[in-house]
Each structure stands twice: as C-alpha cells, then as structure tokens.
Design a protein around this ligand. Sequence first.
Ligand SMILES: Cc1cc2nc3c(=O)[nH]c(=O)nc-3n(C[C@H](O)[C@H](O)[C@H](O)COP(=O)(O)OP(=O)(O)OC[C@H]3O[C@@H](n4cnc5c(N)ncnc54)[C@H](O)[C@@H]3O)c2cc1C
Length: 436
Amino acid sequence: MQYDTDVIIVGGGFAGITAARELVQRGIRTTIVEARDRLGGRTWTRETSLGRELDMGGTWVHWIQPHVWAEISRYGLDLIASPELDTAYWRVDGEVRTGTADRMLDLLDASMTEMLADARRVLPQPYDFFPLSEEIKALDQVSVAEKIAELDLDPQQRALLDGMWALNFSGDPARSGHTQALRWCALSRGDWKLMFEACATYKFARGTRSLLDAIAADATAADIRLNTLVTGIDETADGVAVTCSDGTILHGRRVIVTVPLNILDTIAVTPGLGHGVTAVAEEGQASSGVKVWVRVKGDVGRFAALADSDAVLNFVQYEYPLDGDSLIVAFGPRSGLIDLNDPRAVEAELRKWRPDLEVVAVDAHDWTADPLSGETWPMLAPHQLDAVSHAARDTTRRIRLAGSDYARGWAGFIDGAIESGLQTARQIMTEFESEN
Ligand SMILES: Cc1cc2nc3c(=O)[nH]c(=O)nc-3n(C[C@H](O)[C@H](O)[C@H](O)COP(=O)(O)OP(=O)(O)OC[C@H]3O[C@@H](n4cnc5c(N)ncnc54)[C@H](O)[C@@H]3O)c2cc1C
C-alpha cells in the first residue's frame, strides 16, 4: 500500500494533539483529521457574552493527576485556585437549608466514606485493574443509585449524596456505574475530599487553552486538517484507509480514533470494532449533563449550592468577581431540560436556592447535544467497564482507540486524555521500530 502518512489521528482534542506531539518528535509522519474549526475538543477557552474569557469544557486539574501535571511542569504554566467558598445552600425535599460550605461537606462525609469504603481494597493500584477480577465484574453490575439505596441514610444525607454523584457523573445516578466512583476515589488514595478537590479547585490562570496551545506548538510538524469529518475507516492487512466527508481517502499504517465513545458509532469501521465496544457506544455512557456560566448582578458572596439529581441545575459554584457582579458556574445532570441561552430560565433554577439572585447574562456550550461530542466528561454506565477496557487495550488491530473515555487512570479528565494519547503513541512507535 502507498501510505499518505504513517499515523492518522481522528480528533484533535487533548488525546489527539498529545499523540501527535509524541509521534512527530520521533519523526513519524502524522496527520490529524479534526471535524471542528479548532483544536481542543471538549476543552474550549473562549470569549463569552459575560465579559471575560471562560472555559466552556474541561477546566480543573490537580497534582494528583500525573499526566496533566507533568505537562503543566514541562511548559511552566500557572494555575489559580477557585475561591474558597464560605456559604452553602442545599435542598432537601424542596426545602432550602444553609450553612457553611464546610458544614455541607461534613454532612456528606459519612455517606461518601461508606459508599467508597471498598475503593482502595478493590483497586489497590488503580491503573492496573484489567482483566477485571470477579469482584470488579460484580461491582460493575451496580449503579450509583443502587449503591446509595443500600445505605442507611436520612433524607438530607440521601439528597446530598445523590446530588454529589449526579454532579460527578454529569448524569443520572441510575445510569452511573459504581465502579467509576470507586476508580476516582482509589486514584485519590481513598479520600473523597481530595477527590472533590481534584475535580473543582485548581485551574489554568490563562485558561485550559494555554496547555493545549503549548502541546500544539510542539506538534507543528503534524499535518493538521481542520473542518474535516471522518466518516469511515477500513482496515486491511497492510494499512488503513480513512474516508473523510469531502471525499478524501487517506492511507496510513495506523489510525488512532479519539472521538468520544457516545459518537463512536458515527464512523463506519470495517471490520467492526470488537469486544462489544460498539454496543456500548450505541447504548451510550452515563454523562448527559450541562455546564453553564452565569453572570449574576452584584456581589452574591462565595457560595456553593447543591440539589439532588431531579433538579435541572443541581450544583452551583462561585468563580469570579467581575465589575461589581459575580460569575458563577452551574451544572445539571440532563441536557435538553433547559434553554442554556435563556437568562430567565437559568435564573428560575438558581432562585430555587436563592430567590435574591438576578441573572444578567448566561453563556454555555451544550456538549451533550453537540454531534461531535454527544457527552460531557465520559463516565461509564453499569456493565460497560469490561468492554471499554478491553477495546482500549487491543493492540492487535491497526485501528486504536484513545482518549479520555478509554484512559486507565483519570478517565473522564484532561489527564486521562493525555495519558491515553501518550500511551497509544508510544505503543505505535514501539511497533514501528520492530517493523522497520
Ligand atoms: C462541560 C465539561 C466540563 C469538564 N470539566 C473537566 C474538568 O474540570 N477537568 C478535567 O480534567 N476534565 C473535564 N472535562 C473533561 C475533559 O474536557 C475531556 O475528558 C477531555 O478534554 C477529552 O479529550 P479527548 O481528546 O479524549 O476527547 P475530545 O476533546 O472530545 O476530542 C475528540 C475530538 O474528535 C473530534 N471529532 C469527533 N468526531 C469526529 C469525526 N468523525 N471526524 C473528525 N473529528 C471528529 C471532536 O471534534 C474533538 O475535537 C470536562 C468536559 C466537559 C464537556
């Protein structure tokens, strides 16, 4: 076969650009095919209608996330902390309760600790869980909602725990795999408060784009084709043929597919991907939520708010002061229930905690509705861990799956995307060395 390039990478998010950097630095011809008009995928730092640049997607990082932390060190990027929160509001059976932010976390402590008690025992080395043990297979049948139902909790504890996991999964706890919760906690040495800190505390001083741009600057030798949708991949004995919507067919020695799991079935792959991963893609993983930035009139204080998974918006966190107003970020577990561009609709949701809030403007990107993502941060549903882990580790094919959805460690995070991009690229380099 005549190759146009050595490695074709479908998707230019963190996994794709990291893999490209590794490959071109070894002199391997690499082509990224990206459907959007920009790199970054589910991270997107952009100007907003709220009066400052904000991150529409992936934002927070932490030093317990080793792959992203190595990149932060390598490029010397500055982080800032989200503000320390003083007040919290939480809803229990329609009634608003309030206290310090620490008080709300203390109320969660016993139930979170009990729910995650097995994390370190079951996953002593959390990157190393495949092939799944019989115990992990059994745990993977259980949803977060079922696990919560097993616990002896009062209504307040139940509402808080359910709400916290709807936030963590960006989805419905009834469709959220308990093993995913255990994986997060095991990566945080069994400490759920550290886990929570890792998820929502430290962010890039100049936006997530600062890391993306730094990696991309080391990958300029790659042929990057934006605005190009991949529609099909054919694997033969000696290569791959990648078909794009403009009719171009690219031939390469390997293809790395980094598209989110929920839209994996939009690319026709021949022969089909094995291990049941296509069925998982058709079923869809758990995340289906929304993130929205809100400018609220005046200084509303450094507050957080939480409600259970039935709420349209179920978590809110103060982030920045802006010209006398406040910028807050809100999350909800289900896309499609609220017009994210309608300030009055968002205000109505926020007033369920705080009737004093007056929304000035809103800005969001609906990743779940976006046909190039179909999900927010990937979180598996019950019964999916085996198929996804197996497919992600299959090195017998010329087509490889990479990305945050397939990471061994911090799956769902920027860290996981980098990890997966690095590992996939290194594996292919090793294969090329033995083939040459
Ligand atoms: C709202 C939100 C908040 C988040 N918050 C955090 C956070 O605080 N911290 C954190 O660590 N992570 C967070 N994440 C998760 C993190 O952003 C992602 O896990 C990570 O960026 C995924 O990178 P990726 O390269 O695996 O996939 P993506 O970024 O999805 O990249 C895949 C690329 O493939 C492209 N593509 C899709 N289909 C095709 C096709 N057919 N042809 C060509 N190209 C195609 C897409 O356009 C995309 O650019 C968040 C995500 C969202 C959406």
